[in-house]
Design a protein around this ligand. Structure first.
Ligand code: URP
Ligand code: ZN
Ligand code: ZN
Ligand code: ZN
Length: 473
């Protein structure tokens, strides 16, 4: 056998091990791991640098329709370019059902948005916003069988949220068909009540977004999501966990033996509510750039999240990339206007910075092991959403999606990133590493300096069943 590509002297990291070997690639797939492999048509010398599986970003929003004039800044072209240059080789964005419309229509529309544009591989989660009998009995079961095996349920946002009875109905479908339900846990009535009071008091600046969504709002909804999951007897994955109160709920549930999985994101490690704006001096509207939900908390909560990553509380680490420009008509100033906090589009960009932030400050900073990094950013997201072992690991038979890490000093600047957003929340942060090479199916898509487009070569992935847990009888 011969190789199209051999990566030599790689310090290979999997969720379980670190070992040095050569990686042989043929037709986009890893076909050998060993020392002294025969020459490949192409050769890359990793020179003993760390090589991790390409990242799987299991929570990112690309070209997801929003009510006009708001529009996401990244589509499958710019979004996956940005992913690739930051070491992410598989993305799982969301095909969102519109209320009053079918789930099938959302999937078909989303395929049209993705088709021919992606530079990395992609799968879809579904967002169920209107669980009619037809959706529950026909569309959702059929889509699960076709390889859309995960969906997100919202407890807040008027155009997306489900009530508890609807959530039970949807979780029951997840249970019967073995799908993975992701839950956005915030109490929408509390948020609306607080928002009305802030509004009445003239407190409309971006920083009041955090006041309208205090941690108890997340804690209550997290507890309720756990209870609904327990009632139906189905695993759930709680997305974008922001701090201590929600972490306590998750640990409590695990202590009862419940299958509650949890995700966190870079914004809960590197941002605080102060990034939404300080009381004094009044810095105006700039804080709108960091408006996301749940909001970033404070330093002590960042520590809780770091500990949760190290100790297994968190299953996956995703970006929650939700790209809106600061300037212009379509983003953080809808119609070009500075608006009250409750009208600012929620979400921040982070596809490209997710892995460098965690490798640099987590692994090189001594907070997590390289193996834990791989588990959180690639292996577990692939398992949670039915893409493992093709994705998320370095093994014979897996796709040759690889990242070679360069240890070098980097100051994060928006102008070095490849998304179509006009800012990064991480501007000016000093990091000690950046991907020096990203391979997707054996193709170089990022060489450490230059993006090498492979537009349309990213493939759609049908997901299998989640494998975080052993199959149940
Ligand atoms: O603020 C956020 N996170 N926006 C993206 C949508 C979501 O809820 O994940
Ligand atoms: Zn089924
Ligand atoms: Zn969410
Ligand atoms: Zn999200």
């Amino acid at each position: 056998t011969s190789f199209d590509l051999v990566v030599r002297n790689a310090r290979v990291v999997t969720a379980a091990d670190v070992f040095t070997c050569d990686i042989g690639v043929r037709e986009g797939v890893i076909t050998a791991l060993g020392t002294g492999l025969a020459p490949g048509a192409r050769e890359v010398d990793a020179q003993g640098r760390y090589v991790t599986p390409g990242g799987v970003d299991a929570h990112c929003h690309l070209d997801q329709p929003s009510p006009p004039p708001v529009r996401m800044a990244d589509d499958f072209d710019t979004g996956t370019a940005s992913a690739a240059c930051g070491g992410t080789t598989t993305v799982i964005p969301f095909a969102a059902q519109e209320k009053g419309s079918s789930l099938r229509a959302a999937v078909e529309d989303y395929h049209r948005r993705a088709e021919g544009r992606a530079h990395v591989d992609y799968a879809f989660h579904l967002i169920v916003s209107d669980p009619t009998p037809k959706v529950l009995e026909e569309e959702l079961p059929a889509l699960i069988e076709e390889g859309y095996t995960s969906f997100k349920i919202y407890m807040t946002y008027d155009d997306l949220k489900l009530d508890d009875g609807q959530i039970l109905d949807v979780l029951d479908v997840a249970r019967r068909h073995g799908a993975m339900a992701m839950i956005h846990a915030e109490n929408s009535d509390c948020i609306e009540w607080l928002t009305r009071r802030l509004q009445a008091a003239g407190k409309t600046a971006p920083r009041f977004h955090a006041h309208a969504r205090p941690m108890l709002v997340e804690r209550e909804a997290t507890h309720r999501a756990i209870s609904l999951s327990q009632l139906v007897d189905v695993p759930i994955l709680i997305v974008h966990v922001s701090g201590k109160d929600a972490v306590e709920q998750i640990r409590w549930a695990r202590g009862l033996g419940l299958s509650i999985f949890a995700e966190t994101c870079p914004q809960y490690l590197f941002l605080t509510a102060e990034d939404l704006g300080l009381e004094s001096p009044e810095d105006g509207y700039l804080g709108a750039r960091c408006v996301c939900s749940p909001p970033p908390r404070d330093k002590s909560n960042q520590e809780v999240i770091w500990r949760g990553l190290a100790d297994g509380t968190f299953t996956v680490f995703s970006s929650d990339h939700a790209p809106f420009r600061y300037d212009g008509e379509h983003g953080k100033k809808p119609g070009g206007q500075e608006v009250a906090f409750q009208h600012i589009p929620n979400g921040i960009p982070g596809l490209e910075t997710r892995l460098p932030l965690l490798w640099s400050e987590g692994v090189l900073g001594g907070r997590i092991t390289p193996q834990k990094f791989v588990e959180l950013t690639a292996t577990n997201p692939a398992k949670a959403y039915g893409l493992h072992p093709r994705k998320g690991t370095i093994a014979i038979g897996a796709d040759a999606d690889l990242v070679v890490w360069d240890e070098r000093d980097v100051i994060v600047r928006n102008d070095m990133l490849h998304h179509d957003v006009d800012y990064t929340p991480y501007e000016g942060i000093a990091l000690r590493a950046w991907p020096g090479l990203t391979l997707v199916g054996g193709d170089v898509v990022w060489d450490g300096r230059t993006f090498l487009p492979r537009r349309g070569a990213g493939r759609f992935l049908r997901c299998g069943m989640p494998t975080l847990l052993p199959a149940r009888g």
